[in-house]
Design a protein around this ligand. Structure first.
Ligand code: FES
Ligand code: FES
Length: 161
């Protein structure tokens, strides 16, 4: 068996040192080593986006990233989106716009949408659909998700005024 390596990264703002096997993906380490099961496993091959996290601010499929590649990086997961017991505007908008059904895709959509809104607080529908193109949902038909992201952008802009 390959020798384990220590990887140090900030996860949701907290520096963590992890003992990882070189073959382990970031998704496996988040879920199986850290018990952070908010990040979902769908296809494990980069097709569904359920495992999306932000790596240095950019959305990535964590099933395609090796944990050892994350040395020194800043990782954001769905567990870091809410502020304690207070949902983020994006999470509230998903709930209030009924943008989820079974929910397996939702953490990935929220992380992709967060990356978009962090960069562009007022995206067009085209921007939203383009940014979420790597996230698949088998339940909602996407329109409610797009509306939720538009709503979240409006909430965030109102809060910033
Ligand atoms: S589980 Fe990573 S893209 Fe589907
Ligand atoms: S809500 Fe079920 S897959 Fe998206």
């Amino acid at each position: 068996m390959s020798k384990k390596q220590i990887v140090t990264a900030a996860i949701n703002g907290e520096e963590q040192s992890l003992l990882c096997q070189p073959r382990q993906t970031l998704l496996e380490v988040l879920r199986d080593v850290l018990g952070m099961t908010g990040t979902k496993e769908g296809c494990s091959n980069g097709n569904c986006g359920a495992c999306t996290v932000l790596l240095n601010g950019r959305p990535v499929d964590s099933c395609l990233v090796l944990a050892v590649e994350c040395e020194g990086s800043n990782i954001e997961t769905i567990e870091g989106v809410a502020d304690g017991n207070h949902l983020a505007p994006l999470q509230e908008a998903f709930l209030e716009n009924a943008a989820l059904q079974c929910g397996i895709c939702t953490p990935g959509f929220i992380m992709s949408a967060k990356a978009l809104l962090d960069e562009n607080p007022n995206p067009s529908e085209h921007d939203i659909r383009f940014s979420l193109a790597g996230n698949l949902c088998r339940c909602t038909g996407y329109d409610k998700i797009v509306r939720a992201v538009q709503d979240a952008g409006a909430r965030q802009r109102a809060a910033a005024d």
